[in-house]
Ligand binder design. Sequence first.
Ligand SMILES: CC(C)(COP(=O)(O)OP(=O)(O)OC[C@H]1O[C@@H](n2cnc3c(N)ncnc32)[C@H](O)[C@@H]1OP(=O)(O)O)[C@@H](O)C(=O)NCCC(=O)NCCS
Length: 166
Amino acid sequence: MSIRPEAPADVAAIAELVRRAFDGHPHSDGSEPGIVDGLRADRALSVALVAEVDRRVGGYVAASPVRIAGRASSWHGLGPVAVEPALQGRGLGAALVQAALAQLRAAGAGGCVVLGEPAYYGRFGFAPLPGLVYPGPPAEYFMALAFGDTVVQGEVAYHAAFGGAR
Ligand SMILES: CC(C)(COP(=O)(O)OP(=O)(O)OC[C@H]1O[C@@H](n2cnc3c(N)ncnc32)[C@H](O)[C@@H]1OP(=O)(O)O)[C@@H](O)C(=O)NCCC(=O)NCCS
């Protein structure tokens, strides 16, 4: 398995992989492949990494800038994260999340937020951050990982490609 930036030749395989990974997911409305395409079309993918397994796209992670309190910020939103169903549970997801966080840190990001399962994202250091809020889901599902000690506060807004979903 190797992790590398997405390439133009991966685009169709990424959309299919993301669709399969979220198919039947309880919190999915099937919008995830379109979110990735929308972020890419708007050049808003701050992270777009592929986990390549046997020369195929086995996993994918994206991140995009978020706005905080109505203003552009140095923070990013992680997701979607997707691993081919047959390859789940082998550490690909963890490797992708770690690589995405390392890339954001190296790029000077202030931090990263994620909307997801606390039991999964907690292992990477994500936790609810008082004052940093996302309207809608129960507070424990919206988590943050600060890369520095700058205090951030306010409501977080994802890129428009997430539509009403995020
Ligand atoms: C979530 C996902 C990316 C994890 O990828 P993965 O390669 O299976 O993850 P890893 O192998 O690194 O980690 C597996 C661990 O995560 C746990 N896990 C996976 N999905 C989980 C979830 N939704 N909630 C809690 N734990 C979860 C597994 O139980 C396993 O736990 P263990 O290490 O204690 O045995 C993958 O399961 C997936 O694509 N799911 C469908 C899409 C999705 O839900 N994406 C995340 C929301 S943006």
